[in-house]
Design a protein around this ligand. Structure first.
Ligand code: CTP
Length: 398
């Protein structure tokens, strides 16, 4: 099992009774080999003494954003850390993080942090269930932050239910698993197609579709974070990958995407085809803007290359190809036949029938089918979390 040797961890402690467990958490993290910098809100410091935590972490504790030292350090600390863990996270601090309100040392550092952020909420069961809390958790996850789930049991109020902060051992285990997985695609060359294609009718008009490119961009970022060398071939989309290491090739048409994908796939280990490629294009794009002359207008459409099927034919032993299918009926059967026809190793099925899934949503609900008839169904999740599920399956095959 991977340990935490040399990992630099910012531990944010907010004002919950569960803050008393932070002393055990610091001790476990240090024992696992991590360096720990503790940040506390003033309310957090009311529940556990900064002196206890600075003694255990062997570093000064920062709690006052207006002190010169903390103020100067919040950006630096955000850059220093390999991970930020906020445990316990109260409903109030959760809401501030979800909205980007940086009025204390933890929320200010959170906004500056470039590292993965983990949050372990702690609150009473009704607060945990409240739609405001649910929405804030969903928002933080949609930003790519990692929820360390709450436990079930007796709460400080005396009520019994969900809302307890995860135990320190579980938090450490969560981090261990994260880093073990984090490098699961190290050195792999991955090509990803994403977004729509625009097929020109004339200089101002095109045939396109409603794909946003969100799923493919989330996959590119997630694969890069796992150590892969990623080439993202992105159709017209307002989005860009966040990870600097992603090589971004912007294209407009299916033909341009096809060319770029063939070139990149030759030297790649894995191809993931998340683009919504237009199946047809106007036979000829008019050189000048088409005038409104007749009552009807006929466009002759010709078939575009099937990028996926072509890469499937060119696939060499050792290369993996992952496709997507968006179906409205006979979903599993259609997805399976696409997997076979296009020589995919995995196919990711998303259905337009699922509320919150598909074009332009931040969430998606998928089923992954493999060659071996294995079917894995997943819950509705943020596209970042869905990207993680897809890459887990890819890493297991590669
Ligand atoms: N695909 C592709 N090039 C195309 C069409 C599709 O690379 N010209 C890829 C998509 O990126 C996706 C998979 O093929 O990974 C399936 O796409 P889909 O549009 O569902 O399949 P089609 O073959 O176009 O089938 P149909 O539209 O008839 O359902």
């Amino acid at each position: 099992m991977a340990n935490l040797t040399g990992k630099k961890i910012l531990l944010g402690i907010t004002g919950s009774i569960a803050a008393y467990k932070a002393a055990f958490l610091v001790r476990l993290l240090i024992k696992a080999g991590a360096e720990v910098q503790v940040l506390m809100t003033k309310a957090g410091a009311g529940f556990i003494s900064p002196l206890t935590l600075s003694t255990l972490s062997k570093r000064p504790v920062y709690s006052d954003i207006s002190s010169e030292e903390s103020w100067n350090n919040h950006v630096e600390m955000g850059l220093w850390a390999d991970a930020m863990v906020v445990a316990p996270l109260t409903a109030a601090s959760l809401a501030k993080m979800a909205l980007g309100i940086s009025d204390n040392v933890i929320t200010a550092t959170y906004l500056s942090a470039r590292c993965p952020v983990f949050f372990a909420p702690a609150m009473d069961l009704d607060m945990w269930r409240h739609p405001s809390t649910r929405e804030n958790v969903r928002r933080l996850q949609a930003f790519g932050n990692h929820l360390i789930p709450v436990g079930h049991g007796e709460l400080a109020s005396g009520l019994v239910g969900e809302g307890r902060m995860a135990e320190p051992e579980e938090i450490v285990e969560h981090l261990r698993r994260f880093w073990a997985k984090a490098q699961s695609l190290a050195g792999r060359k991955i090509v990803i197609t994403a977004g729509p294609t625009y097929e020109p009718i004339d200089p101002v008009r095109f045939i396109g579709n409603r794909s946003s490119g969100k799923m493919g961009v989330a996959l590119a970022d997630a694969a890069a974070r796992r150590g892969a060398e990623v080439t993202l071939i992105l159709g017209p989309s307002g989005l860009s990958p966040r990870e600097d290491s992603v090589k971004l090739l912007r294209v407009q048409t299916a033909i341009e995407m096809h060319q770029a994908a063939r070139d990149a796939f030759q030297g790649a280990d894995i191809g993931i085809l998340a683009a919504a490629v237009a199946d047809y294009r106007p036979q000829e794009a008019a050189a000048q803007k088409i005038k409104k002359t007749g009552e009807t207008l006929h466009l002759e459409l010709v078939k575009n290359p099937d990028i996926a099927a072509n890469l499937g034919q060119e696939k060499k032993p050792g290369q993996l190809l992952v496709g997507f299918a968006l179906e409205t009926e006979n979903e599993l059967a259609n997805a399976r036949s696409k997997l076979e026809k296009k020589n995919f190793d995995l196919i990711v099925l998303n259905s337009l029938q699922d509320e919150g899934a598909g074009f332009n949503y931040d969430t998606n609900k998928i089923t992954i089918l493999g060659k071996d008839n294995k079917i894995r169904k997943f819950e509705l999740k943020s596209k970042t979390a869905v990207a993680g599920d897809i890459l887990d399956e890819v890493a297991a095959l590669s």
